[in-house]
Design a protein. Structure first.
Length: 318
């Protein structure tokens, strides 16, 4: 199978028919063998009924319905697990991503041998203050932190080799950072293509300003996980040990000075009246706690179970 088109959605009933017709037309013109996987992330409108209708008309249409809203990352994870195409294309259901971009993205994966190609909505139709400026700041920070040189991490239109989606773990709200996850998993050839951005035709965006705050927090998380996710003791243990020994030697020095003053009949105040004693004690306690945090992190990594992060209510054509 050439292509898997993966579309996570939430309450996009108005746009589904137009999107589906457009995708099928592109598939037929280019003579692709394909599957379209709609992942309904707990919609409260009639999105699922429309997907059921598509699946009855076209066996290439498949559907996954979550029992409630679990988030875009979980929707992508479920779709990645089911996708069978040589190339997987992800796109949003709001018609802001153009299916006409699919052939070029497919060729970049197959002919140019990219592991992943991310869309870049260079010209946007969003609010400059509400989205464009925060997006530029977010993408700049993501490039500097991750080392992945993309201009638009948030673009939902992306293409992947099948092997890539089977080897990345998308959780929480990490869908923005799949290119970073792919790089960390051993897929370094990541490309970018300027794609057409279309104004939203129906409904309203599901994302507000909080997505940028969450994005920056997720960026810190993925930076940490990429460096210390497998060995937390390397960070917490090292910092904890350093703080403990600094506190220990400071306390040793204070104790030695007290003994020296007693031996030479010199006046020396009580140890507990010396503020450095409490600084040393606090440093030793914090160092011990950090060391234990690293130790517990190592234990958790070795004993964790991979509990499902979402519940699937229904499936179609799988």
């Amino acid at each position: 199978m050439n292509l898997s088109i993966l579309i996570p959605l939430l309450n996009e009933a108005e746009s589904l028919q137009e999107l589906y017709t457009w995708i099928v037309k592109v598939m037929q013109v280019n003579n692709y063998s394909y599957e379209i996987i709609f992942v309904d992330d707990g919609s409260s409108d009639n999105s699922w009924a429309i997907i059921e209708q598509f699946s009855q008309e076209n066996p290439n249409v498949k559907g996954i319905r979550f029992m409630k809203n679990f988030g875009k990352s979980q929707a992508l994870h479920a779709g990645f697990a089911k996708a069978q195409g040589d190339v997987i294309i992800t796109m949003d259901a709001d018609l802001q991503d153009s299916p006409e971009e699919i052939p070029d993205l497919y060729d970049m994966i197959i002919k140019q041998k990219y592991d992943l190609v991310s869309g870049w909505k260079k010209k946007r139709y969003d609010s400059v203050v509400a989205k464009n400026i925060p997006s530029k700041l977010f993408n700049w920070a993501a490039r500097k932190t991750s080392g992945v040189q993309l201009n638009d991490f948030n673009c939902g239109l992306k293409a992947y080799k099948n092997v890539v989606v089977k080897n990345v773990e998308v959780s929480g709200e990490m869908h923005r950072y799949i290119p970073v996850l792919a790089k960390n998993a051993g897929f370094p050839k990541i490309g970018e293509k300027v794609v057409q951005h279309q104004a939203r035709k129906y409904g309203e965006t599901k994302f507000g300003m909080e997505r940028f705050i969450n994005g920056f927090l997720d960026l810190i998380t993925i930076w940490f996980l990429s460096r210390f996710g497998k060995r937390p003791m390397h960070l917490f243990g090292a910092v904890g040990s350093l703080m403990f020994f600094i506190g220990f030697f400071l306390a040793f020095y204070i104790g030695a000075m007290k003994l020296y003053s007693l031996y030479n009949d010199m006046h020396y105040s009580l140890v507990t009246r010396n503020p450095w004693f409490f600084i040393a004690l606090t440093t030793m306690i914090l160092g011990t706690q950090l060391f234990l945090a690293g130790f517990l992190g190592e234990i958790i990594l070795r004993t964790k179970n991979n509990e499902a992060r979402y519940k699937i209510g229904k499936e179609l054509n799988f």
